[in-house]
Design a protein around this ligand. Structure first.
Ligand code: FAD
Length: 370
């Protein structure tokens, strides 16, 4: 039975779908966002909250530029969301450091920064030795093995659950319609979207369902070869503010808790947590910041990243089914600002950002051997 129609249907109400839907609704379009609900795998509800630029896009310079653009838009984006919804997403941009334990990590990070710089585009991360790091983070006692860090002033963080709430609230405030419990099972030409809550029709559809995309993509002639990757995260009790910036995989939230993350595990669709991973994360964190040893861990969780083969985003419009779009990637927090600002022009008006073709999944097509 036909439940409703819209100008565009966004499939997935996670960070990617909600950011695009929020931007599309801002153009005055009638947008319907469909989401499966609590039983689905939802990276948006289990991530680390970094708005992170350094080291992004090794091998795909356009991704480095796209991440920088998003990070540059973030303060305005956060302010706009707060004005519209009253929700503070706790965005801060104090810079960020990737700490190096020992000379081997320092050298590997130095080589990566040099390779990123050689790609062009004014790469900004630089290596800072321990003494400089200590000046940048007064009062922080680093572990003996910390020799320095890669630092970028472009990096920052936010509260990702506040971000998701604000995007949903902003979308609704702009007249968007949201249906939960509407797992999409099929998409037919036209487009007719069959869900657990009935059928919906629209001339355009955006596939933004994270790890739920691959089974749907072929229905509209898209190739989306992403795979889930488990990330386990630990969080401590609340403590007085002591970390002035996110240190890669350790960050202090606006509430005072310290997040420690995250593993990278290929275990399929499994969101279980393991003692072994918790031990590994905690041990390394204490080597980096010994003060963590005195803080109580209060929770751990796991969530699934959405990982394309080269870890860079995929944005495509279907050639066989024009009007069917896909947007999927790791880094949905970092890219939320640019998604809200730029995807609507592409989807609604066919004005793709410059160089956007670099993100097509056609980059994975391997020419047949001669
Ligand atoms: C441990 C961890 C740490 C991370 N840290 C960071 C970070 O620090 N910075 C950063 O930028 N990114 C980070 N990420 C990545 C970020 O969370 C994801 O890129 C982002 O959430 C992806 O958004 P998404 O909307 O594509 O997918 P999701 O957030 O997973 O949302 C997908 C949505 O689609 C819905 N859905 C699925 N299938 C269907 C269907 N068939 N029909 C209807 N709805 C469906 C689900 O209910 C869900 O709401 C992290 C991820 C993890 C797991």
């Amino acid at each position: 039975m036909l439940e409703g129609t819209a100008d565009i249907i966004v499939i997935g109400g996670g960070l990617v779908g909600a950011a695009a839907a929020y931007g599309l609704a801002g153009k005055g379009l009638d947008v319907l966002m469909l989401d499966e609900g609590d039983d689905a795998f939802r990276a948006a509800r289990g991530n680390f909250g970094l708005v992170w630029v350094q080291t992004k896009g090794f091998g795909l310079q356009r991704y480095q530029e796209w991440s920088q653009e998003s990070a540059d838009l973030y303060a305005g984006f956060a302010g706009e969301l707060e004005d519209l919804t009253g929700i503070d997403i706790h965005h801060e941009r104090p810079g960020g450091a990737i700490l190096c334990l020992g000379d081997a990590e320092w050298e590997a990070q130095t080589r990566l920064n040099e390779a990123m710089a050689a790609q062009g585009g004014g790469y900004h991360a630089r290596m800072v030795e321990r003494a400089e790091l200590e000046r940048m983070a007064p009062g922080v006692r680093f572990g003996q093995e910390v020799v320095g860090a890669s630092f970028s002033e472009k990096d920052g963080h936010c509260g990702p659950l506040y971000l998701l709430r604000a995007l949903h609230a902003g979308f609704t405030a702009r007249g968007g319609r949201y249906r939960s419990g509407a797992a999409v099972r099929d998409i037919r030409r036209g487009f007719r979207v069959e869900t657990d809550a009935g059928a919906f029709e629209a001339p355009k559809v955006l596939l933004a369902a994270g790890n739920g995309i691959p089974p749907l993509a072929g229905r509209v002639g898209l190739n989306v070869p992403t795979a889930p990757e488990r990330g386990q995260v630990l969080v401590t009790e609340r403590v007085e503010p002591f970390l002035p910036m996110p240190m890669g995989n350790i960050r202090q939230t606006a509430e005072g808790t310290v997040m420690i993350g995250a593993t990278q595990e290929t275990v399929g669709f499994d969101t279980g947590t393991t003692l072994e991973a918790a031990r590994g994360l905690a041990r390394r964190a204490i080597r980096v910041l010994p003060a963590l040893e005195r803080m109580r861990l209060v929770r751990s969780w796991a969530a699934l990243r959405v990982i394309p083969p080269d870890r860079c985003p995929i944005y495509d419009e279907s050639e066989s089914h024009p009007g069917a779009f896909v947007a999927t990637m790791h880094s949905g927090v970092t890219l939320a600002a640019v998604h809200a600002a730029r995807l609507p022009d592409w989807i609604a008006e066919g004005r793709a950002p410059d160089g956007f073709g670099a993100f097509s999944a056609r980059r994975f097509d391997v020419p047949a051997a001669a």
